[in-house]
Design a protein around this ligand. Sequence first.
Ligand code: ADE
Length: 455
Amino acid sequence: MVLVNNFGVNKNNNNKNNQSHEGMRLGKYELGRTLGEGNFGKVKFAKNIDSDQPFAIKIIDKNKIIDLNITNQIKREIAALKLLRHPNVVKLYEVLASKTKIYMVLEYVTGEELFDKIVSKGKLNEDKGRKLFQQLIDGVSYCHSKGVFHRDLKLENVLVDTKGNVEITDFGLSAMQQQFRADGLLHTTCGSPNYVAPEIIANRGYDGATSDVWSCGVILYVILTGYLPFDDRNLAVLYQKIFKGDVQIPKWLSAGAQNIIKRILDPNPETRITMAGIKEDPWFKQDYTPADPDDEEDDVYIDDDAFSIHELHEEEHRSPGSPTQINAFQLIGMSSFLDLSGFFEQEHVSERKIRFTSNLSAKDLIERIEDTVTEMGFRVQKKNGKLKVIQENKVQKSLGCLSVIVEVFEISPSLFVVELRKSCGDASVYRQLCKKLLNDLSVPPRQALVSSEVN
Ligand code: ADE
């Protein structure tokens, strides 16, 4: 199984933390066990002490939050999230805030994450998979129709209840239409690497709906095959695969399933199938009964003031105090922005192979590599888009020669990865060469080293 829960939730049902929080009061809620732990903090089981009804409370650390400005705009955004009512979307009932935390009171779903379901039971057959996918599309397209985009759709955010119905959670990262820039496109890069759409990687502005469609395609692929369509332990290579739409669709899937996956995982957002197109697709339409959002009963609890965030004066306060205006929407989930260069920064050099990122164009990179290595006394051969850098050891033939393959990968139109691979030769000379190229070409300089192979 190649599925790795890299950015999502760690199951944590029986640890010390749980014991220490169990019984803790939060306004009218009593906190229970941890349901999951994700990017922004924990999700805990909670019980309304008056009604005994179950909830899930997402606890977000305010430390991660940048801007606490109070605006009516943000209040409206929270209100819009609270007003989402669809059988396939986890409901947000209210938002509470203390000095250090934001608490999102959510509908409690009895069931499991789709991630766990696929990991434990493997891929689903097309009939079962289609049913989940139809519900996913129903929920996501409903939110789109209300101007809310998810932007972090992944298996971990799709819960499946005990009746086998989908409930999409974690709309914390979603953006509202009002946050669009003048060009009508969103400009933040959010999401989990394996599910992120190519136009987000390119960071040239994107349409929230189109990139959610992409992520739904990744989810469908995993449901039907049991593995991710785009995967690589090296992020640069992963992004390159996504950017090219470099996906193998198994021939054992039905022609209809292959076709819809292909239409969704189209790297060009302009030609990618839309939500409306998906709903017209013959494979999708089989046994399709669209959910009726009006069926959703407000059976549990409706916040009497949809525009407010209630402030808890103390962490474990009994009742919510007066409403305070907090830029909660912005705060929710900002921590998982994808800064591409930041990702590469963490990794280190290996003996034989290094990679670094550069914002220089491929043409400039090739020219500058040629100039630099020639200046250092190496010979360059160009072959199949690669550069072979050779240094013959004229003084002592027995030492052989240094031979290095240099390759440039386009991740996005403004981001390239340079890979240096030593095929033979002296390690110290190779290191000097790497250091020089890294200094001259990486942007920002020296920041972005990736290692992947040793010998
Ligand atoms: N895990 C994360 N969110 C949840 C929810 N709303 N209900 C149950 N488990 C969850």
